[in-house]
Design a protein around this ligand. Structure first.
Ligand SMILES: C[S@@+](CC[C@H](N)C(=O)[O-])C[C@H]1O[C@@H](n2cnc3c(N)ncnc32)[C@H](O)[C@@H]1O
Length: 309
């Protein structure tokens, strides 16, 4: 997806700015083009059910309006403290918080979460794109820390089951044991969601969800988090919205949402994707209430080889 000049005008006019205290209703289904640091004091308290955090990682990265410079771990922790501590006020007592990071950001994220939240798990996902290195292992994974505010939280594992191909389909008396036969004759099993996600594809040029944002997350990744950790109509907040993935998926899944993005072109892009979600609610790799393993859906792969990788 790209932006034309008229898109900038059209979607730019929908972006909001927050300069005084606002209500939950005011924020509902909107995108603020602003620095999260400016907004925090004006947000209401106790309104967020799910906070998704995908801030700049602890590495040198240019995001158009913002350039992030790698810090040492204690400085990155200070940076997290500077916005995430005051932001905790927006969370309901039953809220969940997911924090994304790479291995360099991990110790600061863990320290923050141990001090101020309850850590439930750390998800590792395989990020297939990655540069090879001559004197190191290629970076091919990222983490997402799953935390909650209290012990009273919502989690629905049944909504995020994964349909995997059975490697050795065993039959007892001619009947499949713990697996199903697909229309193509293949064997599949519904498996419980684990903290190791190898079924994601980082958006690339041939995928409809692909944009020009440099670190766009897959919609499928957000779908897992939103389905497992929020109910329909719950409030999902992403203060580093980027290309809008979190709000787009929240909308597709019937949740209310609010996002903040500092860069104007990314914020316009997010609005364009949010509007497109009215007409197309599909999420690559998720259909009929089931997540499909990468390369696991034969009929779709034949029809759309680029969609279901
Ligand atoms: C890792 S990216 C998020 C990508 C996003 N999850 C997606 O799927 O497109 C982080 C985003 O935070 C934005 N950002 C950085 N500092 C910010 C700030 N102080 N306030 C608001 N947004 C900020 C950057 O412009 C960037 O788009």
């Amino acid at each position: 997806m790209i932006l034309s000049e008229s898109d900038f005008l059209h979607y730019g006019s929908r972006l909001i700015r927050i300069e005084s205290p606002v209500s939950e209703k005011f924020l509902e289904n909107k995108t603020a083009k602003q620095d999260i640091f400016e907004i925090i004091p004006f947000l209401p308290s106790n309104f967020v059910d799910l906070l998704f955090l995908d801030p700049p990682y602890n590495l040198d990265k240019n995001f158009n309006a913002v350039s992030f410079k790698a810090l040492d771990s204690s400085q990155y922790l200070n940076w997290l403290d500077s916005w995430l501590l005051p932001l905790l006020r927006v969370l309901k007592r039953s809220a969940s918080v997911y924090i994304c990071g790479d291995w360099r950001s991990a110790s600061a994220i863990q320290t923050f979460a141990e001090r101020h939240l309850k850590i439930r798990n750390r998800i590792t996902w395989e990020r297939e794109k990655g540069r090879g290195a001559q004197k190191n292992w290629k970076n091919c994974s990222e983490d997402i820390w799953f935390c909650t505010v209290s012990n009273d939280y919502y989690f629905d594992p049944d909504s995020v089951k994964l349909k995997r191909r059975v490697v050795a389909p065993y039959k007892k008396d001619g009947v499949p044991k713990d697996w199903e036969e697909d229309e193509s004759g293949g064997g599949f099993r519904l498996t419980s969601p684990s903290n190791l996600w190898t079924d994601l594809t980082v958006p690339f040029w041939a995928m409809p969800e692909n944009t020009f944002h440099p670190t766009q997350k897959p919609e499928k990744l957000l779908a897992k988090i939103i389905l497992a950790s929020s109910r329909p109509n719950d409030f999902v907040f992403d203060p580093f919205l980027g290309s809008g993935t979190c709000s787009v998926v929240a909308k597709k899944l019937g949740r209310r949402f609010f996002g903040v993005e500092l860069d104007h072109s990314f914020a316009c892009l997010a609005e364009k994707r949010i509007e497109a979600a009215d007409a197309d609610k599909s999420i690559q790799g998720y259909s009929d209430g089931i997540f499909w393993d990468r390369n696991a859906r034969p009929s779709r792969i034949k029809a759309h080889p680029h969609l279901n990788r």
